[in-house]
Design a protein around this ligand. Structure first.
Ligand SMILES: [Zn+2]
Length: 211
């Protein structure tokens, strides 16, 4: 029955990608309610009328017969079944992906030392928020953590930085978006790169006996 409404004017997708749902014009809703049960239909129309009159109090409770209730339950199950099947498939796939993920690669102490040296040059503050001191004047790391910016599998200096604990926590639990922090990371990396010894410029045409 729901499928018959597809493509009708008055139905639209809403809620965005995060929580999509289908919105229907109240007339379509009323028609569907009528199909389900005359009592439910009357109740729906009462709610609509009340809302149109500006009443925000709930309308009287609907009394469904046992048969109506069963039909409603069956229909709900039919709608939900394919969604649940899809969810189970998806859960299985995620679990198998997680099993096959490579192990977390730690940031080497050599890399950490290079990052700390850079942070000291830049004024010892968290390169993410710029507010908190993350390296003490004596060179020790304070209230800060090394963060794999892109992935736990990418531990090189190009893919990591040293940030204050609140920034690290926010990035880890997702309360701060990595996209939001990206410009700070890129700025840190640009300055970090400038500090590194430049490799000898390569000749445009490789010489025959170059070593
Ligand atoms: Zn910070």
């Amino acid at each position: 029955m729901m499928g018959n409404f597809k493509g009708l004017r008055g139905l639209s997708e809403a809620g965005g990608d995060a929580a999509p749902y289908t919105e229907a014009h109240w007339l379509i809703g009323a028609a569907y309610a009528e199909y389900l049960s005359p009592e439910f239909h009357v109740w729906c129309l009462t709610v609509v009328r009340d809302r149109m009159e500006g009443k925000l109090v709930p309308a009287g409770t609907v009394s469904l017969t046992e048969q109506d209730f069963e039909r409603l339950t069956d229909q709900t199950k039919q709608i939900i079944a394919p969604i649940m099947d899809g969810l189970h498939t998806l859960t299985g796939r995620v679990a198998s992906l997680e099993r096959n993920l490579p192990q977390r690669r730690p940031i080497l102490s050599k890399t950490k030392a290079a990052i700390v040296a850079a942070v000291i040059k830049f004024g010892r503050h968290c390169p993410c928020c710029g507010l908190v001191e993350v390296v003490a004047p004596d060179g020790s790391v304070v209230d800060a953590e090394f963060d794999h910016f892109f992935s736990n599998q990418l531990p090189s200096a190009k893919h990591a930085w040293l940030i204050c604990k609140p920034c690290h926590r926010a990035l880890t639990d997702g309360s701060m978006d990595r996209v939001e922090a990206d410009s700070h990371f890129v700025s840190f990396q640009r300055r970090f790169e400038r500090l590194q010894p430049r490799p000898e410029p390569k000749p445009r045409k490789p010489a025959k006996d170059a070593s």
